[in-house]
Ligand binder design. Structure first.
Ligand SMILES: *[C@@H]1O[C@H](CO)[C@@H](O)[C@H](O)[C@H]1NC(C)=O
Ligand SMILES: *[C@@H]1O[C@H](CO)[C@@H](O)[C@H](O)[C@H]1NC(C)=O
Ligand SMILES: *[C@@H]1O[C@H](CO)[C@@H](O)[C@H](O)[C@H]1NC(C)=O
Ligand SMILES: *[C@@H]1O[C@H](CO)[C@@H](O)[C@H](O)[C@H]1NC(C)=O
Ligand SMILES: *[C@@H]1O[C@H](CO)[C@@H](O)[C@H](O)[C@H]1NC(C)=O
Length: 427
């Protein structure tokens, strides 16, 4: 039932049920499976992995290589990691504001000043979601009245505001890409952004820019197709449009989330050149457009979870691309506390384990403890909090931003003010 409500994030293969095991592989980083206890998260351990064709840069099967499923209860034929595919260990880049663009540097400066005097609990509150279905949006960072912080409303989708009335359903990105019209790409982003803003959404959960490597992938239409250059432009223009409307854009799903089937257990094994030329290129373009947020994906990459992969998060995204915003997890794609944080994850969404309504968490109080006992360096938590607040300042949400005026979970309830944000966008 929960999954039924959660369509755009959850079609066929979602739902980690407690008790299922991490399919982590011998090539995963050492801490992958066990960090912070509860290393669960494996969902449907059946079915096709990513790719399959032998020339594929993304392959999910391998001959006699490491066997990602050996430890799993259910048989899994498609999440093996071929020999030679590794997960590198790369530390979180800290204190790198000098490398950011002037606009980002300014936002980080404001954020650093604003964060003076925030306690560890305050900062953890800024990076841990409230919990599934707690708050009016699909993801919520709670307000902190003592700091005059309004909280954050995170809402789907890549083609308009989800779970709200008096909003528009915009054309899917696959159709937008087919126009080859950069101005239209921008205009659509801006128009969507105006609607998100009008509803009081701080963070729009789009654009999506995976490559559709598996043609039958159920959500390929959300993205701009399989050409990295064209997708890069679609992504770039959409991010500019959304953020010109003062809404934080979230580019997703980082990375190698190329199909829905077995999306939480398959490993996308990608060599470096293919990663740079194809899969990461549109994400680079998002960073070049100053995207506020990047959502890491459900799948594993080279046998290491997308939301605790040091090479993809600390390495490619934050070090090589110089990404200055924050990485948020896809919903329930976080698999640990300490390990995920040290690998580059900055925000846990929706903030609990297994959609438990806030009952069980990797972060929250555990992260407070982890900072106090030194497992997570204090300046890493500062970095996370600063990235989140800098994004809020970047698009100017610190003043005169509309309050959230809809309720994703109770469209007919008292907290939906039915604000009409539709306009004649074609004019
Ligand atoms: C991988 O695991 C499966 C399921 O446990 C097992 O049947 C298979 O023999 C293993 N393959 C290798 C190469 O170890
Ligand atoms: C995946 O493994 C390949 C082959 O060893 C390597 O070139 C690449 O850097 C790895 N990518 C990641 C994200 O670990
Ligand atoms: C610190 O606390 C975290 C969260 O409870 C825990 O996972 C970790 O093992 C602890 N580390 C040490 C060194 O005690
Ligand atoms: C508190 O925040 C609001 C916007 O959220 C802002 O307009 C106001 O000036 C702030 N008040 C103080 C005392 O900083
Ligand atoms: C409406 O919002 C109030 C205040 O945030 C909250 O206490 C109440 O539970 C909400 N009502 C519903 C139906 O969600």
């Amino acid at each position: 039932m929960r999954a039924a409500l959660f369509l755009s994030l959850a079609l066929l293969a979602r739902a980690a049920s407690p008790g299922e095991k991490d399919p982590g592989s011998p090539t995963s980083s050492p801490n992958d499976a066990a960090a912070n206890g509860n290393g669960n998260g494996a969902g449907n351990a059946q079915g096709a992995g990513v790719g399959g064709a032998s020339t594929a840069a993304v392959t999910a099967t391998g001959p006699a290589g490491a066997n990602a499923t050996a430890a799993a209860d259910a048989p899994c034929k498609f999440c093996t990691v071929p020999e030679g595919y590794t997960a590198e260990s790369i530390p979180a880049p800290l204190h790198i504001e000098d490398q950011f663009s002037p606009r980002w540097r300014k936002a980080h400066k404001k954020a650093a000043a604003y964060l003076q005097g925030w306690s560890v609990d305050d900062k953890v509150g800024l990076v841990t979601g409230a919990g599934w279905m707690i708050g009016q949006c699909v993801g919520n960072i709670l307000p902190n009245p003592s700091k005059n912080f309004s909280g954050l409303c995170l809402e789907d989708s890549p083609l308009g505001v989800r779970f709200a009335d008096y909003v528009s359903a915009f054309p899917a990105a696959i159709n937008v890409a087919a126009t080859f019209d950069k101005d239209l790409m921008y205009e659509r982003g801006k128009a969507m952004g105006d609607e998100f803003r009008g509803k009081g959404v701080h963070v729009a959960l789009g654009p999506m820019t995976n490559m559709g490597r598996v043609a039958a992938g159920g959500r390929n239409w959300e993205g701009f197709g399989a050409d990295p250059y064209l997708s890069g432009w679609g992504t770039y223009q959409t991010v500019l449009g959304l953020q010109d409307a003062q809404v934080q854009a979230t580019v997703k799903h980082y990375i190698g989330n190329e199909q829905e089937h077995a999306r939480t257990t398959s490993s996308s094994n990608i060599d470096d050149r293919t990663m740079r030329e194809i899969y990461s290129h549109p994400f680079l373009r998002a960073v070049q457009a100053d995207v506020a947020s990047v959502m890491c994906s459900y799948n594993l990459v080279n046998g290491s979870w997308g939301c605790q992969n040091e090479k993809t998060l600390n390495g490619i995204l934050k070090t090589d691309f110089g990404f200055a915003g924050y990485v948020m997890s896809d919903w329930d794609a976080t698999h640990s506390g300490v390990h995920a944080v040290n690998s580059g994850l900055d925000m846990d969404m929706p903030g609990d384990i297994g959609f438990s309504g806030g009952a069980k968490r990797y972060w929250g109080a555990n992260l407070v403890e982890a900072v106090k006992n030194g497992s997570v360096p204090a300046d890493r938590l500062d970095d996370m909090a600063q990235r989140v607040l800098a994004s809020w300042f970047l698009v100017g949400q610190d003043k005169d931003y509309p309050e959230t005026n809809f309720d994703a979970w109770h469209v007919g309830g008292p907290n939906n003010s039915h604000v009409d944000v539709q306009e004649d966008h074609y004019k």
